[in-house]
Design a protein around this ligand. Sequence first.
Ligand code: PGA
Length: 255
Amino acid sequence: MRTPIIAGNWKMNKTIAEARDLVNGMRDDLARLAAGAKIEIVLCPPFLAIPEVATLVKNTPIRVGAQNVHWETKGAFTGEIAAPMLKDVCEYVIIGHSERRQYFGETDESVNKKIKTALTHHLKPIVCVGENLVQNESGQTEAFVGGQVRAAFKDISRDDARGIVIAYEPIWAIGTGKAASGTGANAVIGRTIRGALAALYDVATAQQVRVQYGGSVTPKNATEFFTQLEIDGALVGGASLAAADFAAICKAAVK
Ligand code: PGA
């Protein structure tokens, strides 16, 4: 049994004061939903708001995550944040989001390095993979996404792999209002992502890794994803910025 995990990726939104308001507007609902341990809920604010959010959800089952981490642990890397800095205030970290790959030059290789550093410092990676529209329409999804999974998990042990969360986020569905279909996402996750994990490790490991769907998830379509056998929750962007919407999506995940 895999515990569904719903993560809110706030991206570059919310000042510290706005973050406080957002958390205060949903904390009690989220804490109640996560209390039965039937689902895990993670908030991923921008770096600056993380300590404030971590303080606000202390003593609740709500978890906190970062949106990025550098692969080195300290040094001359202006503007970057290292895993030991995050460890005190975060449990999770999103790695390899398509926006980071697209706008900030992240590669399969840097993603793999970041995952290893996160694991070393006991941060749980949420690793993003997903194909673009051209790849999707030309039948390359399986080869591309499978390749991303194999590259991300390169030289990662079976034990470590089991603790990694994967977010399947087709790029064409992110922020577009055009979500994948539940059955379509389920097929890619089951066949391509779990297939790649089974080939790298074994079927049991492939069945143990949690795989979220991400891309235009809303309170309206959330149930379509959460009722799919292979999908273990969601990585939510836009809809995680409104307290009522995010709480409604989390509620849909409590089966
Ligand atoms: P979206 O973003 O929910 O706004 O489509 C998802 C993501 O990028 O993680």
